[in-house]
Every structure is written in C-alpha cells, then in structure tokens.
Write a protein that binds this ligand. Structure first.
Ligand SMILES: Cc1cc2nc3c(=O)[nH]c(=O)nc-3n(C[C@H](O)[C@H](O)[C@H](O)COP(=O)(O)OP(=O)(O)OC[C@H]3O[C@@H](n4cnc5c(N)ncnc54)[C@H](O)[C@@H]3O)c2cc1C
Ligand code: FES
Length: 517
C-alpha cells in the first residue's frame, strides 16, 4: 500500500556515504534511483535493501536489526539483509537488494541483486503430490512456501471460499470502513497461482479424508490423492441461536463475501447493534462509525477485551469508543432480534436496522475428527505441526501445538501465526524437521488507535503498564508467577520488536535446558 509516486526521501546511496557517518547498527534511509532503500552497517558488513515492507509498506528503517535480518516495526515481518527475502510472514514478497562496495572510506550502493533460485528439495524427502485443504492465511502461505523452497511436484489448494486467498484482517478494518479499495484485498492474483503451478480450486469443500488410501474427497465427489496433506480449515464464527437470529439484517463476519454484504447493508443503515465486545466486534464498531452508522455494543463481560488485555486497557478502549459515539451495554446478553430492534436480558430494547454478531469462533475440526485424527479443542499437532497421522499436517486456527514458553499446548487465532505455521508446515512436508517456535503476534486497529501484542498469556497476574495509555504511548507486560508471557505496545513499535526477541531467547533457553520448562 506504499505510494510509488512519492519521491523517496534521503540521500542518493549510489553516490557514496562516508563510512565515518554510518555507525555500527545504523540504518540510513536513502534512495537508489527512485527506489527507497536503507543502507545498513551490521557487524562490519554493509547491506542495502528496499526500505518499505512488502506487507503494508512499514518503514524498515524504524525496525529492528536481528543478526543479518531486519524486522518490520508494524507487524513484525522479517527480511534478509543478504538477499531481501521475506523470511517471516506477514510479508510474502522480498524487498529489493543491492550490492554495496567500500571505496575510499565510503559505501557505494551498486547494482540490484537477483533473488537466489532455490534448488528443488532432495528427492527422498519430496512427496509426489501435496494437497492443502483451506485457502486462508495458513493454506496460502504453505502453498507459496512449497514453491519458494523449490518443490516441483503436484500442488493442489482446495478452498471452500469462492474468492482467491485474501487479507482477512482487513475485512473488519479499512475495507469495512470503506477506506481500502477491493484491489488491496486479494493476497495474489489468479495469474500468480497459474504461474507457480498451484492448482487453486475455489468453492470446493473437502468432506472426507481417507487416511489409508491417502485421498481426500470433496463434497462434490472429486477425489484428490496426496502423499502429504495439510489441513488449514481455519475457524467458523459461533452462531447464536436467538429468536430472529436468521433475519436478513443479522450478519456474521469471516469471509470477504460477509464483509461485502455487511458494507452494503451498512450503506443503507442508520443504527447498528454489535453483539460481542472483543476484537472483531470492536473493530466492526469502529468501521461502522467511520460510515456514520450509530453503534451500540452489547457484551456479556464487564469490560471490553478485559480477558485478553486486562481491566485498564478494557476501560481505555471503552472510553475510546464512547468518544466516537458508541454506546455500550455490558454485563448483559441479547434475548431476541426483530426487524427493528434487539432485546436484551437487562430489559432494554435497542433500535437497530443492522445487527452484527461477533461472539468468537470455533476451530473447523469436523473434517479432522471424521478422519480419526487426534482432536482436543483443535487438531493436536507436534512441534513440527504433524498431526497424529504421519504425512498429515495442520496449521493455523485449527492447530493446537506444544508451546515451549508456557510448556502448554496452545491454539491461537492470529493471522501472522497462521501464515508462519503454514510456512513451517510446508518446509516440514519437504522433510526439514523445523520446530514451530515462533512467538505469537497479533495486532488490532480501532479508529486511530493501534495495539500490537507479542507472546501468549491465557491467564496473567495484574498487567504492568509502563508509560501512559491515555497518552497512547505505553508498554504492557503480562506475567504469570513472575514469568513474562506477553507484551503489548501502543506507539512503541521498537519495544514490541525487542520484546519478541526477548521471548524468542527465553524459548531458546528453555529448549537448551528442557527441565526449566
Ligand atoms: C474479520 C477478521 C479480522 C481479523 N483481524 C485480525 C487481526 O487484526 N490480527 C490478527 O492477528 N488476526 C486477525 N484475524 C484472525 C485471522 O484472520 C485468522 O487467525 C487467520 O485467518 C487464520 O488463518 P487460517 O488459515 O487458519 O484460517 P482461515 O484464514 O480462516 O482460512 C481457512 C480456509 O479454509 C477453508 N475451508 C474450511 N473448511 C474447508 C473444507 N472442508 N474444505 C475446503 N476448504 C475449507 C475456508 O473456506 C478458508 O478459506 C481476523 C479474523 C477475522 C475474521
Ligand atoms: S507493514 Fe511490515 S509487517 Fe505489516
């Protein structure tokens, strides 16, 4: 989403930069021709790569150097300084990478380097065919990674969705608010899948897996043989069995089609009731306010988002929404919906010509269950994301994996985690035996407020806040029994990246001495 017509800032890096002005660990923002670039000095070496993250254009010059990589301050993508490759999602494309020469005490950025082509994986590890079920974050990232890693066999991506894989997080944010055009939403063009020989089949639901003959069967009766299978079926919104819950003005939000339908309805609506006061509900509330629709939020909890972020953030978020005109009805539940209103257990009756229900999701595990895979509040996977059946992997919202930081099995519903799991599963399908050890990351945006969260704390003691939430500049630490489990940051992107590295080190230490877990 970067604006390519804007003249890049900073010096022309091809003309030379005096090394005396470039300290160790510095990232100098400049340009190479018309392309924005950063010149980096790291442990005696010089690197030059594109400065705009290929996810949403985040400023890499404000990110964090970790070994020979740079991490994006916005959603923690990671790029190689040596090749420009996008090593970690959510970025899927590389940034440009240039050769740098040292002459006469200066660094000169020279010609652009081409990305190295990976050789196909070694033959014994190479499955003849891979089938991926689910064309969301995890499934798409896995398909792309298989090809990036040089996998040359048959690759089929089966998705129940009618749309090519898309940017799901945007569906409750800018796209729903009407500030992101439809062109921004697909992750790739249909041409991309053809070029990479990924047989993407849309509107196709897999109904059964025959683990003995290694075949999946679609609801329409098509069969696809596999040597390796990845399940990435995601999650489905929890449906409320309410009188009036199936009226046409009652919406759920998971797919692009859902978001389109909701946006269309919002254009003709005056007053909405959003049922659910967690992330989806509140992001929807903010997007509807951007469309000038009046919004009431109904939630069972006493404070919005308290369970995940604590009471103080909950109070702040409530106030933020109230400043934008949202009216809360907390500690209560809906009892019925009719064409003009929503009735609450508290006795209130709120007028509404639009109702959005966002009360959580359930992992879509029915397919795995029917196939006899181990399922326990998610599909059980090992540290390599392999299920209880060899050759079948699971990733994303459905996967419950052993988390080394907490020593517990966890399942999370985060975009970046799903993509990174898809990428790890792809490499393990090719025989890499790569542990999934990434620190979970998610973000939320509501109006002009953004929060990023690293780690995972299902239960925590009183959160510690450094800085001021009301000034929108703070770090919130979540511990349990003294152990740091997660950190949230508001306008402190670099702190968020440093916290991620610290949690990664804690995981590595635990791996080195398992008795500490
Ligand atoms: C509106 C919205 C906003 C969000 N915002 C954020 C955010 O800001 N930050 C964040 O970290 N996370 C966010 N999330 C969560 C994030 O999008 C999910 O965690 C992520 O998409 C999970 O990826 P996945 O691949 O596991 O599942 P999904 O992306 O849901 O993909 C699952 C795919 O499987 C397909 N499928 C299901 N069953 C079958 C079957 N039997 N056969 C074939 N295909 C099947 C589905 O059609 C779908 O294409 C948001 C989610 C929503 C809905
Ligand atoms: S903009 Fe860089 S990760 Fe999102």
């Amino acid at each position: 989403m970067s604006d390519e017509n804007v003249e890049p800032e900073g010096p022309d890096l091809t003309r030379g930069v005096a090394l005396s002005t470039l300290s160790e660990g510095a990232m100098l923002l400049g340009r190479v021709g018309n392309e924005p670039a950063i010149l980096v000095r790291h442990r005696g070496e010089l690197f030059a790569i594109g400065s705009a993250c290929t996810h949403y254009g985040g400023p890499l010059a404000e990110g964090l150097l970790v070994e020979d990589t740079v991490r994006c301050p916005w959603h923690h993508a990671c790029f190689s300084l040596r090749t420009g490759e996008a090593l970690r999602a959510p970025a899927l494309n590389p940034v440009a990478c240039w050769r740098v020469e040292q002459r006469d005490g200066s660094a000169f950025v020279g010609e652009k380097l081409t990305s190295p082509v990976r050789r196909p994986a070694a033959a014994p590890a190479m499955p003849g065919s891979v089938v991926i079920v689910g064309g969301g974050a995890a499934g798409n990232a896995a398909a792309e990674m298989l090809r990036r890693e040089g996998y040359a066999g048959r690759l089929t991506l089966l998705s129940a969705d009618e749309s090519t894989p898309y940017d799901r997080p945007n569906l409750s944010k800018n796209y729903l608010a009407g500030t992101a055009p439809e062109e921004w939403i697909p992750l790739r063009s249909p041409e991309f899948y053809r070029q990479h020989d990924i047989d993407l089949k849309l509107g196709v639901r897999v109904g059964a897996i025959d683990t003995a003959s290694r075949r999946v069967e679609t609801v329409g009766g098509e069969r696809h043989a596999y040597d390796a299978l990845l399940l990435a079926t995601g999650a489905e919104p929890v449906r409320l069995a309410l009188p009036g819950g199936d009226l046409p003005h009652v919406h759920y939000l998971r797919t692009l089609a859902d978001s389109r339908a909701l946006a269309a309805r919002a254009r003709a609506s005056k007053q909405a009731v959003v049922i659910g006061a967690s992330f989806i509900g509140l992001e929807v509330a903010a997007s509807l306010r951007a469309r000038n629709v009046g919004v009431h939020v109904v939630g069972r909890e006493p404070r919005p988002m308290e369970k995940i972020l604590g009471a103080e953030v909950g109070d702040f978020v409530r106030k933020l929404h109230e400043q934008h005109g949202v009216i809360f009805h907390l500690g209560t539940t809906p009892t019925g919906i009719d064409a003009r209103s929503v009735a609450l257990a508290s006795g209130e009756n709120i007028p509404a010509d639009l109702v959005v229900i966002g009360v959580g999701v359930r992992p879509a595990v029915a397919l795995a269950e029917r196939a006899g895979l181990a399922v326990d509040r998610g599909v059980t996977v090992d540290e390599y994301l392999q299920t209880s059946v060899p050759g079948i992997f699971a990733a994303g919202d459905i996967a419950r994996w052993p988390d080394r930081l907490t020593g517990e099995r966890i399942r999370v519903e985060h975009w970046v985690v799903a993509q990174r799991q898809g990428q790890t599963a792809a490499r393990n399908i090719l025989g890499r035996r790569e542990r999934f050890d990434a620190v979970p990351f998610f973000w939320t945006e509501q109006y002009d407020f953004g929060l990023a969260y690293v780690g995972h704390a299902e239960r925590f003691d009183m959160p510690e806040i450094d800085g001021r939430l009301d000034a929108r500049e703070c770090t919130i630490v979540f511990r349990r029994g003294g152990r740091k489990l997660a950190v949230a940051v508001v306008h402190r992107d670099l702190e968020g990246l440093k916290a991620e590295v610290e949690l990664e080190r804690a995981i590595a230490e635990r791996a080195a001495s398992p008795q500490a877990a």
